[in-house]
Design a protein around this ligand. Structure first.
Ligand SMILES: Cc1ncc(COP(=O)(O)O)c(C=O)c1O
Length: 495
């Protein structure tokens, strides 16, 4: 079994020893700071750890190793596309000319930066089949929200703003879809998924009325399946006057192969921190670029970059624009990283990404089919959604299997999502993993499935090789307490 060395779990305060210091600086010739006033408490009350320099370095270096990330191991989190972020992206994003730019410097002196953004936008237009693109939104959910704001402005411009208050969302959708719709002031109605895992067309037809503002479709869906009726879906929604939004978080399955703009969508968002290999930012800074068709262009968030002669300018005079959706022009260094990735792969290389991501997911699905059946028995796209229901009779659930994977040295896949799949395990290997890694992961899952039958408690107690064992996750969320407290001294005379 693959296990990791258990890292040193002590905090820096437990390592503290009175009188130890790193180094002594010479006496400063600047005015002394009154600590008590600056901190609002006396220096003694703050209780700084006292520690030698070497121990301090070891402490923080070891802490940095505790973190699990794509650079340390396989990260099969479905729907999140945790693929390798090439280090060359960081080299270009760290170039002095880019990092020293100031957002307030004159546009004329930042022409190179605008050329980077405009070039990425142009490539993304070609990749997605949309006529317009903006990189202002700073996350996938922010891109969704921005698209819905555009759709709202579009309906308002046609005098239908008050009437079109419903946004349709598939029952398999990512939670950000209904959240974005609600945040934009719409009412959310769910469209059912049929027995094959596709949009239930009869249900969509029943709900497609003149009160519908939009249908938010994820393609490939969160079930990891390509929606084969996408043209028909667009026809139905357009016939009732609604707009069709594509949640493009799963673009890794299609990049370079097929274009949502050609399928009939009116707008879409992309997660540059997924398909285009910029880092996931834990809520930001990211980039949820959006693509749109011409009829939505007047409402685009401003300012819009445009080229006049040989110069880039910011077009501020946009009377119908929904306004800015982020400071300045979004997360500029994400554009630099994405451009590096796009140019490194080129037109010929991009289809290879989607083909390999689809191949890897189908390989995992095929290797696990006798142990963890697929929720829908058909070829998948970039991720496969499996179910752990066969082990329920042994008292084993998807969560137990996931936690046991940690003991085998792997990050768990996404659990219990999409909500319509019982005991869901959603695995997205991405194209950046090799066959050996996929085999090691599948071997671990197969071994765990055997344990689920022969020794279920091993799974219930997992993880057992980590500093922290099985948490009460509901309590951890509801009563989060991550503040270290010194241990209470034993009462004098206690054994
Ligand atoms: C299908 C889908 N849509 C939307 C999002 C939201 O993207 P972000 O996390 O960047 O806000 C995600 C994120 O995982 C997703 O998987």
């Amino acid at each position: 079994m693959r296990t990791k060395t258990v890292p040193d779990p002590t905090t820096i305060f437990e390592k503290s020893s009175p009188g130890r210091i790193g180094c002594n600086l010479p006496v400063a010739d600047t005015p002394p700071v009154d600590w008590d006033t600056a901190l609002g408490k006396t220096r003694n009350e703050v209780k700084w750890p006292e520690i030698a320099e070497l121990d301090l370095i070891r402490h923080f270096t070891n802490l940095s190793h505790i973190n699990y990330g794509i650079d340390t191991g396989f990260y099969p989190l479905g729907s999140c596309t945790m693929k390798y972020n090439p280090k060359v992206n960081e080299r270009t994003a760290g170039m002095t000319g880019f990092v020293r730019l100031h957002p307030l410097q004159p546009v004329s002196s930042a022409q190179g930066a605008f050329e980077v953004i405009a070039t990425v936008q142009d490539i993304l237009k070609e990749v997605t089949g949309f006529e317009e693109m903006t990189m202002q939104p700073v996350a996938g959910a922010h891109g969704e929200l921005t698209c819905l704001m555009l759709i709202k402005a579009y309906h308002e411009s046609r005098g239908e703003g008050a009437q079109r208050r419903i946004v349709l969302v598939p029952d398999s959708a990512h939670g950000t879809n209904p959240a974005s719709a609600a945040r934009c002031g719409f009412e959310v109605a769910h469209v059912a998924t049929d027995a094959d895992g596709n949009t239930d067309l009869a249900d969509l037809e029943r709900q497609a009325k003149d009160n519908v503002a939009a249908f938010m479709v994820t393609n490939p869906s969160t079930l990891g399946l390509f929606e084969p009726n996408i043209r028909r879906i667009c026809e139905i929604v357009h016939a009732c006057g609604g707009q069709v939004f594509c949640d493009g978080a799963n673009m890794n399955a299609m990049v370079g192969t097929t274009r949502p703009g050609d399928h009939g969508f009116d707008c879409m968002h992309l997660n540059l921190h997924k398909t285009f290999s910029t880092p996931h930012g834990g809520g930001g800074p990211g980039c949820g670029a959006i693509g749109l068709k011409k009829h939505l262009e007047p409402f685009m968030p401003g300012p819009v970059i445009k080229k006049v002669g040989s110069q880039y300018e910011l077009d501020q005079s946009r009377p119908l624009s929904i306004g800015r959706v982020s400071g300045f022009y979004g997360q500029f260094l994400m554009a630099v990283r994405a451009l590096t990735f796009l140019l490194a792969h080129g037109r010929e290389g991009l289809p290879e990404i989607s083909r390999c991501s689809v191949l890897n997911a189908n390989y995992v699905k095929a290797r696990l089919k006798d142990h963890l059946p697929a929720a829908y028995d058909r070829p998948c796209m970039h991720e496969c959604v499996l179910t752990a229901t066969p082990y329920k009779a042994n008292g084993v659930r998807a969560l137990d299997i996931s936690k046991r994977l940690i003991d085998y040295g792997f990050h768990p896949p996404t659990n219990y999502f999409p909500l319509i799949v019982p005991e869901a395990l959603m695995i997205e290997p991405t194209e950046t993993e090799c066959k050996e890694t996929l085999d090691a992961f599948c071997d671990a899952l197969i071994a765990i499935c055997e344990e689920a039958k022969s020794d279920p408690d091993k799974l219930h107690d997992a993880p057992s090789t980590q500093i922290v064992g099985r948490l009460d996750e509901a309590a951890a969320v509801k009563n989060l307490d991550v503040t270290w407290k010194p241990p209470t001294p034993e009462p004098a005379g206690a054994a």
